[in-house]
Design a binder for this molecule. Structure first.
Ligand code: AGP
Length: 605
């Protein structure tokens, strides 16, 4: 979703801003732009193509300057056309970039129109720009502080004023913004990755903060206007993560990184003990009697899978909620619940808001499972488990999902041990199975050529049904989500037992039915469901464990997985579904890493 970069320096900052935008491309965007203060005036270039095109434009226009702001826009208000792209100007004086949504923009726009401001975009952002212009009295920092008090909704902004040539002012509420500290230069960005080539020292702004960057100084005021002494953190550069290497897309690279990501994630788990989740986790775990999981998208599906583990391994009642629903519905809080928020980015607006909502209802026991250490979600929870997936660039989440599953399995087994359901023999078995997972995953990845052969068929279809049962129903959901988000093929997932209650009406030879078929206690039931499909002329594409004895037949295409992997089987079974989606999208020629309309980090509601 929208990305922001800003800089005040003594050298030409345009290359830094463009490089920062390149590093933010993974978040998803549909237009981009950059503005600098040059010869006392703001000048800008904007593009509805890629950052590479913007780079060509700024070179042609010889756009350079020592103070600047830049933006990748993911349209919310107003189409992705050049005149809506940021930076947005007010009367050739104020330049501003924004990530978020201003909910009261209509009333603010009417008031500003009454004061003579002319609106030339359809964005909600333009009201912020004019508002700052309208209250400016020679001090941009003061003007921004005054203006943001009138905003309802979420924002991260970076602003410049032509009369303050070495100053960039930033502010955030709800959307992320970090300050990067340099020597004689300072930066702003949506995340640390954007500035990985410029600094490793960061301040994470908190909700309500307004900051002012000049060459030598950074000053921050909190929501009450007091000087905020925010901690400076060192975040190691991870520039290598943006290299594609021998792979065609980041998604493919990330699928193949899963054995390594899982090995790194379990490295700290020599035994199943609460310090894995923080040194005070033992105290917290001893007080809980249930689990409430909050997440969105793929992270929600890892939560759904975990519910099976929590209830079967730890015998602890578990509820899983879509964060965007939970935050607005009336619920009955149980203060003895462990609230587990799952997020790859740690910045997803709905998940953050759901966490804050849970806290406002009195939930004190909170745990984040997250892939980004310095993220808002990790900062807000009491306990945290960091997955070691490394930077995930592809919008379609893959290695983040499987590492979340590993983290959740560790949590279920740890709670099971604390509650007396996992003895030392079982603990040793779980640990051995986790340690063997990377090798088992490599064996599944070796199925890629067979999956490529299926992808040609799938690429010609417009609808696909996914079936799974029990622990593998969420895996079917995840397979359908992967296929729809990158190949744009309509896909739905059902628990196979539900087929006869409706979706069977859709089954014809034209709609492939992908079936996740582990050799678990539901396999015979699943085989009956498969018969229901075959009897209606449906074409089944089955990922079957080697020991299921499901073999190729008319209307029945089988890829043989390794032998059943017990409770950890979902982690293996999701991988061929990721590969199927990936190769189907490649055949259809979609933009796999940046699918249309989607963003990596969903920082608005
Ligand atoms: C996954 O492929 C999706 N792009 C999306 O559903 C994602 O999982 C969701 O937006 C949640 O993101 P998070 O894990 O960063 O919170």
């Amino acid at each position: 979703m929208c990305g922001i970069v800003g800089a005040a320096a003594q050298r030409d900052i345009v290359p830094i801003l463009i490089e920062g935008l390149r590093r933010l491309e993974y978040r998803g965007y549909d237009s981009c732009g950059v503005a600098v203060l040059a010869d006392g005036e703001p000048r800008r270039a904007r593009s509805v193509a890629r950052v590479a095109d913007l780079d060509v434009q700024v070179r042609k226009a010889h756009l350079d300057g020592v103070t600047g702001i830049a933006h990748t826009r993911w349209a919310t208000h107003g189409a992705p056309v050049t005149h809506n792209a940021h930076p947005i100007f007010s009367r050739g004086t104020v330049a501003l970039v924004h990530n978020g949504i201003i909910e009261n923009f209509v009333s603010l726009r009417d008031t500003l129109r009454g004061k003579g401001y002319e609106f030339v975009t359809q964005t909600d952002t333009e009201v912020i720009t004019h508002l700052i212009h309208s209250v400016y009295q020679g001090d941009l920092f003061a003007a921004v502080r005054k203006a943001v008090q009138q905003l309802h909704g979420a924002y991260a902004i970076a602003v410049m004023h032509k009369d303050q040539p070495h100053t960039v002012v930033g502010a955030r509420r709800g959307s992320p913004l970090v300050v990067g500290l340099g020597k004689g230069e300072n930066f702003l960005a949506s995340d640390t990755l954007a500035l990985a080539n410029s600094t490793d020292r960061f301040i994470f702004l908190e909700d309500g903060d307004v900051c002012e960057l000049t060459l030598e100084r950074v000053r921050i005021a909190d929501r009450d206007g007091h000087d905020a002494g925010r901690e400076v953190r060192t975040v190691a550069a991870c520039g290598c993560a943006v290299e594609l290497g021998p792979y065609r897309h980041f998604m493919q690279k990330e699928i193949f990184e899963q054995p390594c990501a899982i090995r790194d994630t379990i490295a700290k788990a020599g035994s199943l003990d609460s310090p894995l989740f923080d040194k005070v986790a033992g105290k917290v775990f001893s007080k809980i009697d249930s689990v409430l999981i909050l997440a969105c998208g793929t992270s929600y599906y890892s939560g759904l899978t975990a519910k099976y583990w929590f209830e079967s391994i730890a015998k602890i009642p578990t509820q899983v909620e879509v964060a965007s629903e939970y935050r607005y519905r009336d619920s009955v809080p149980n203060p003895r619940s462990l609230v587990v928020v799952i997020s790859q980015s740690g910045e997803t607006a709905d998940t953050l808001a759901a966490l804050e909502h849970a806290q406002s209802l009195g939930h004190k026991h909170t745990l984040a499972i997250c892939n980004v250490a310095a993220s808002a979600i990790v900062r807000l929870t009491k306990l945290a488990f960091l997955t070691e997936a490394g930077r995930e660039i592809g919008v379609a989440s893959t290695k983040a999902f499987t590492t979340q599953l590993v983290a959740l399995f560790l949590l279920a087994a740890t709670l099971g041990k604390l509650r007396g359901y996992v003895d030392s023999t079982l603990e040793a078995t779980y640990i051995r199975q986790l340690q063997d997972l990377p090798a088992a995953l490599s064996a599944v990845l070796a199925l890629e050529p067979q999956i490529i052969a299926w992808a040609g068929e799938f690429a010609r279809k417009e609808n696909v049904l996914f079936l799974g049962r029990g622990l593998h129903y969420p895996i079917a959901l995840e397979g359908a989500l992967k296929l729809k988000e990158i190949s744009y093929i309509h896909a739905e997932a059902y628990p196979a037992g539900e087929l006869k209650h409706g979706p069977l009406a859709l089954v014809t030879g034209a709609m492939p039915v992908v079936t996740v078929a582990p050799n678990d206690r539901l396999i015979e039931k699943l085989k009956s469901n498969m018969q229901e499909v075959r009897a209606r002329g449906g074409e089944l594409y089955v990922f079957a464990d080697a020991d299921t004895r499901i073999v190729n037949d008319e209307g029945l295409h089988v890829i043989r997985m390794p032998e059943n992997y017990g409770l950890l089987s979902p982690i293996l079974h999701v991988v061929p579904l990721q590969l199927l989606a990936y190769h189907t999208a490649c055949v259809r020629g979609t933009d796999v890493d940046k699918p249309r309309n989607l963003a990596k980090s969903v920082t608005v509601e």
